[in-house]
Design a binder for this molecule. Sequence first.
Ligand code: DGT
Ligand code: CA
Ligand code: CA
Length: 509
Amino acid sequence: MITNAEIAKMLSQTADLLEIKGENPFKVRAYKNAAKLIENSSKDFDKLVKEGFDLTRLPGIGKDLSAAIKEIVTIGKFPKLEKLKEEIPQGLVDMLSIEGLGPKRIKQIYDAFHITSLDELKKYAESGEFDKLPGFGEKLIQKILKGVKQLKKAGIRFLWAEVEEFAEDLREYLKSFDGIEIVEIAGSYRRKKETVGDLDILAVAKDYPKIIEYFTKYPKIKEIQSAGLTRSTVFLENDLQVDLRAVSSESYGAALHYFTGSKSHNIEIRKIAIEKGMKVNEYGVYKDNKKIAGKSEKEVYESVGLCYMEPEIRENRGEIEACFSKSLPKLIEIKDIKGDLNIASELIDEALNLGYKYVGVSEKIKRDDILVYKMLEVDVNNFEIKEDYDFLVGITNENSTTENILKALKKIDFLRFFRDIKAKKELNIDYEKVFNEMKNKNVILEVVSRPNNLISEVLIKAAIDKGVKISIVSNAKNKKELNFIEYGINQARRGWAETGDVINTNNLF
Ligand code: DGT
Ligand code: CA
Ligand code: CA
């Protein structure tokens, strides 16, 4: 399912890129108009296409655009746009998101100086070169410089686990403010997303301006970008951006809902409210201009006829439909975990201390107080088994192919997928085929909890939907890393995992 907004965005991006390329202005205009038409239409274009509606009957939609829209709906992306993105230097595409720089000005700058990166853009803007260009005044140049700065910061994302310590320390700091009522960290941090762009903190306090002032005195702040009466943005020592908003307790629930996101979840909720003649914003839920909810999140959801949804699943991936069909998952929790099937052998005593009933290690060890399984790890690309084992764990690496994996699935009991989040590297395989075969052969998906190696929640969900079971493991090499399991659980929750989907929640294993 693709939304009108998403289709419109692809078409308008295509128009921008065509314009930067210097394409025929009529063509550019046609794409822009189509984007506007779709964005403002009350009809669902995804549905229109699927019902076989003849799009050329709409004003301004010719044969080419009709084919383009059909392609977008059918395959979820627009190949022409992908191709344009490949042709046009990334720097120029990035410049489009700078306020004040549209395709015309970007082309103007490119034609004059052949600039293709943000760094060059900054250099030229600072050196006064742009003064020579018609229409480039001091105000615009300052805007461009501010935009470059923001864009560069926006590019940095942190692993959730990397910001945890900072976030929790800051939470404690704010909680110690005199007169504080509530502190909550919303945004992607609350949704436990594997990476976090910035922190969005909400505070309810009797004295608004004073909490802002107190916040800006947090010792780990490197730079204060802004500090107003009710909101402030700062950068911490590690370059992490933090936004703080002071809100009233009357609208706390609405603010928490709004700033927890995700944006696309919020948009869907607002649509549902509108259908019922209501309005939802960060201050509350309104009907006939009267506020009917806002104090708690639960109230916000219920007032528009929806169920409360856990932050981890607020990604517009079917949670709203699941609420309507009463099939929302009851997400797994840390207390459900009964064992950890991937730890270093030296950690068995620690695991016992955690209350685990069984563990998996790489050696054969016999103990009376805890069940110890020998997990033999093999490279799926090529392996021979020469040892005894209890379970065989197939390990993939960057070069593993669908074929390698399908072959290995005949022998292995567990499968671990390669992923390096920071390096943006992951397997390029046919996951659907692999999950189907895992289900057939009863092979368990091993979810490694190392923050940089977490399998994506989308894949966890897809595997579970096929009936594949998962095992959440810490992969701990030392005592501290046994707690990594929390990250794996977060990701599994984002993948809609329930206790029954996770094998190491079971006592009898
Ligand atoms: P991040 O920081 O990139 O990891 O992701 P988020 O989800 O924390 O996003 P952020 O920090 O830009 O905004 C925090 C929340 O505020 C977001 O999840 C939803 C809400 N929000 C921000 N902008 C918009 C918007 O334009 N429309 C709506 N409906 N909600 C928004
Ligand atoms: Ca955020
Ligand atoms: Ca933010």
